[in-house]
Design a binder for this molecule. Sequence first.
Ligand SMILES: Cc1cc2nc3c(=O)[nH]c(=O)nc-3n(C[C@H](O)[C@H](O)[C@H](O)COP(=O)(O)OP(=O)(O)OC[C@H]3O[C@@H](n4cnc5c(N)ncnc54)[C@H](O)[C@@H]3O)c2cc1C
Length: 588
Amino acid sequence: MSGAEQRRPGGGFLLPSPASADIFTPEDYTAEHRLIAKTTEDFVRGEVWPRLDAIEVQEDGVAEELMRQAADLGLLAADIPEAYGGLGLDKASSALVTEKMGMAGSFSVTHAAHVGIATLPFVYFGTEEQKQRYLPQLAAGDIGAYCLTEPGSGSDALAAKATARLSEDGCHYVLNGTKQFISNARWAKTFVVFAKIDGREFTAFIVERGMPGVSVGAEEKKLGIKGSSTASLILEEARVPVENLLGEPGKGHHIAFNILNIGRYKLGAGCLGAARLALEEAVRYAGDRVQFKKPIREFGLIRRKFAEMAARTYAAESATCRVVGLIDDILAEVDAADSAAVLAAIEEYAAECSIVKVLASEVLDYVVDEGVQILGGYGYCAEYPAERLYRDSRVNRIFEGTNEINRLLTPTMILRRAQAGKLPLMAEITAVVRAAAAGDRPAADVFDGLLGAERALLARVRRGILLAVGTAVLTHGEKLTGMQELLGLAADMIIEYFAAETAVLRAVKSGGGDDSFAVLAARVWLAGACARMLTAGRELLAATLSGDELTRLLAAFEGFAGFVPPDLPALRDRLAALVIDRGGYPRI
Ligand SMILES: Cc1cc2nc3c(=O)[nH]c(=O)nc-3n(C[C@H](O)[C@H](O)[C@H](O)COP(=O)(O)OP(=O)(O)OC[C@H]3O[C@@H](n4cnc5c(N)ncnc54)[C@H](O)[C@@H]3O)c2cc1C
């Protein structure tokens, strides 16, 4: 992929950033990428938005018809190989479809569940016959669902109770159990269902709606995304032909976790579409709304919100795009027909996928919350989209692995890679911690050119993270995996750093001037992120050490991560002026 970074291993962003570090950015999208993004956006604005009210009440036939229309435009087919009725596009294309669909309210969940968790198990784990049979239907708009969660097992998915047993004639598996919170359950024709053969071997099955013993429960009454279907799937002596076993018996966890992994960066992409929309709506309203004889967009505290909403969206967008680029690059090195190699390649960046999931879902919650605030009382009422955007956003922190689970996974996966020698980080951690304990200060990093001071700051902060996280690793050893609060602090630092490094590298690559949107957004994000990393690192060290040792390492940490903040009110005001001028988040 043009413009992609020299491929660093998974977690490699914590290694020193090369002077000419390059990353894949939205500015690198090709004409084909832009075309599929435009096709999706036109579909959302032209076909979905006029039917939003009907979607919200799940009016009969509306979601199904929209899915058929989306299929006709190829918007369900990006990840499906051409041999099975798909388009076989790169991950940047499919992420762009998901991003633009993010503006489609509840319909975005119907679409995302279908093209992601409901379709990808067939792409990566189906037999030739299963792919031939199911993928063309899924590409054409026959809706699918993915059934992992149960009433008693959510995050702890492997504790599922649903069972499968081979029938006496050996022709069927007989499934029993209930799957909970299943997106698309109301209208799905195929369900990828996880159950344990003989109560032991966790396995995936392809279940069709019409099979005997299969039924769907009542719709959940939800806080948001009301127009998406969420219901239980009930299996009572359901008879599933043996050829519908997906993957291998006892290997269902490979399917469950790998598919969720891909879903995580896609969820990030979807959040971006919604965040852009929330900002656009807020800017429009603030231009019209007059208080104290001025449009409210002229007030400093409203402008501050625009700037923060834009800077945070910029950070999330940059991070999502970078990860998609990394995945496309590594996929270019493997045979697309070799599913195991494809999945191993995507797994390389599993920590980055978790980072994007947490970052983008929390940025979106921030943006929609400020969106409501900018509209005041009207933001609280259903007449304006801000109210729905606020409610719809919240679920993103819950599904595709809760943000707590993804926070725990982020440092754990990176440290495991480092300890297994897949990421050359342990030697550096040890050196940084030893030097700090001995009172040695490394020479300052120097970067020339645009945002040189910010890159130098990032280089110091990176050492600060290695010091704080490394101290916890070296002090607690294996016990750290059970110390959730400490892992959470480590995750917070790592997530903030990934987003900050990415935003700055993107702005450098953009080559814009000091007053460009990219440079202002990157500087605003960086200042906030550094302040948050400083707090988290101090907390992490204080939870790990005490006495003189703590004092010494805190001083070293603050030498790395301490910084003189820029004039943030001035930076934000300049950024807000650009946002107002462009009517929202700028289009690429
Ligand atoms: C609208 C909607 C659509 C969904 N669609 C689907 C779907 O299509 N298919 C599907 O299979 N599932 C789906 N889900 C289920 C979703 O994936 C689960 O809700 C999610 O995984 C969390 O599980 P849970 O709700 O059982 O919460 P729990 O796992 O019970 O978690 C409750 C709280 O405890 C925390 N927690 C749990 N374990 C730990 C731990 N080890 N350490 C620290 N904190 C922990 C969680 O982070 C959370 O804050 C959907 C859910 C919703 C709300």
